[in-house]
Design a protein around this ligand. Structure first.
Ligand code: CA
Length: 379
């Protein structure tokens, strides 16, 4: 009976395919790799330019509605209306825009709003970094909250963000002096935690010190996971130090934790040092700004960690395990399409805003660079 033969063959084929699918799934599970999540093909991702003609925009912080404060590394602070694309210059700060240094991170806090800015400056011929605070957008009478953070033409850190605990977090770099990262007495190669008035909180891990975590080479991204409010940070791996390259890191930050640099690079498994939850291996991503996405306009990405990659020229999407301690899936979006990416933030409108960094001396500027891009979804 022909029909029976066909159906038996079909049954066999389906059975074999099904069994191999289950086997592959079990193997992936055993290796700790989860299969990629299902993609909703009805959802269209669009990316549009909100602002163009910028010079190395570094950081963006929303104040209300569609308005955000935007820094450019050369020293400019502007107000960007993301609905109209209107850019209003608030001021040009004197800053030492040398190499990777300059006017870097910005955080805002009502009322005023208060502005927290991270900038490189020169003192007695040396490059240093500091955190300054302004009481309003008029940028008058800055209050210096932290100064003397070691600086250099490379590895200046520079992200400032206010955490869910209403404390100011500051990321610094090793200023090309790797061993400073292991010294609690130095502000280099650290994540710092301060009160919003600049004083050291009483519950910091090292009494009287702003140091929150150490052993970092160059942290340029900070974000808190919704739900458990745990801090995550991106970190640039070595570019030739001790003959080592790449191994960029995504770390889950524990107060007082030692993240290894320069003793341990990437996942080292050594006692006393905390390993990253994700590293780039022999590839260089050069991860900078990062944010968790709320899922407001796109459920499927709720709780995912996004980071902007400079050298990698992509937006990285990371899906964490439920306990936040490991990565179950990650992918690179828009690879090479927009060039080097510096920061990603979620707007109050539930869209993602991305800053390009093609005019920083290491990229190939294209027409309209640098830009603020908006990533949105539609059906
Ligand atoms: Ca590390």
């Amino acid at each position: 009976m022909r029909i029976n033969t066909i159906s038996r063959r079909l049954f066999l084929k389906v059975g074999i395919l099904g069994a191999s699918g289950v086997a592959a799934y079990l193997l992936l599970r055993r290796w700790g790799i989860n299969p990629p999540p299902r993609v909703d093909e009805a959802v269209r991702i669009s990316v549009e330019t909100v602002a163009a003609g910028l010079v190395v925009p570094w950081s963006m912080a929303f104040i209300s509605g569609g308005e955000a404060v935007l820094t450019e590394r050369v020293g400019r602070v502007s107000l960007l209306d993301v609905d109209t694309g209107r850019l209003t210059l608030l001021g040009e700060l004197e800053t030492a825009a040398v190499g990777e240094g300059g006017l870097l991170g910005v955080a805002v806090h009502p009322p005023g709003p208060r502005l927290y800015l991270y900038q490189t400056y020169r003192s007695e011929g040396r490059l240093l970094n500091r955190v300054v605070m302004y009481d309003s957008l008029e940028l008058r009478d800055p209050l210096i909250l932290v100064d003397g953070i070691p600086g250099a033409a490379v590895h200046d850190g520079g992200r400032v963000k206010i955490g869910p605990d209403a404390r100011l977090y500051v990321s610094t770099g090793d200023a090309a002096q790797p061993w400073l990262a292991q010294s609690i007495a130095s502000l280099a190669g650290k994540i710092l935690r301060l009160r919003l008035d600049g004083r050291v909180p009483g519950d910091n891990p090292f009494p009287g010190s702003p140091v929150f975590s150490y052993g970092h080479r160059n942290v340029q991204g900070l974000a808190w996971r919704p739900g458990d409010n745990t801090l995550y940070a991106t970190e640039h791996g070595p570019s030739g130090e001790m003959g080592l390259w790449a191994h960029d890191e995504i770390n889950r930050i524990t107060p007082g934790g030692n993240y290894g640099w320069p003793e341990v690079v990437g996942v080292g498994g050594r006692a006393g040092f905390i390993d990253p939850i994700l590293e780039s291996g022999d590839e260089t991503w050069a991860p900078s700004g990062c944010s968790f996405y709320s899922g407001r306009n796109h459920d499927a990405w709720a709780g995912n960690l996004f980071f902007a990659a400079l050298r990698g020229e992509h937006l990285h999407r990371v899906v964490l395990a439920e306990d936040g301690g490991s990565v179950v899936y990650h992918e690179m979006l828009f690879k090479g399409v927009y060039g080097r990416l510096r920061d990603v933030v979620e707007g109050p409108d539930g869209n993602l805003y991305i800053l390009t960094s093609n005019r920083d001396g290491r990229g190939l500027p294209r027409e309209g660079d640098d830009r603020v891009l908006r990533l949105s979804w539609s059906r």
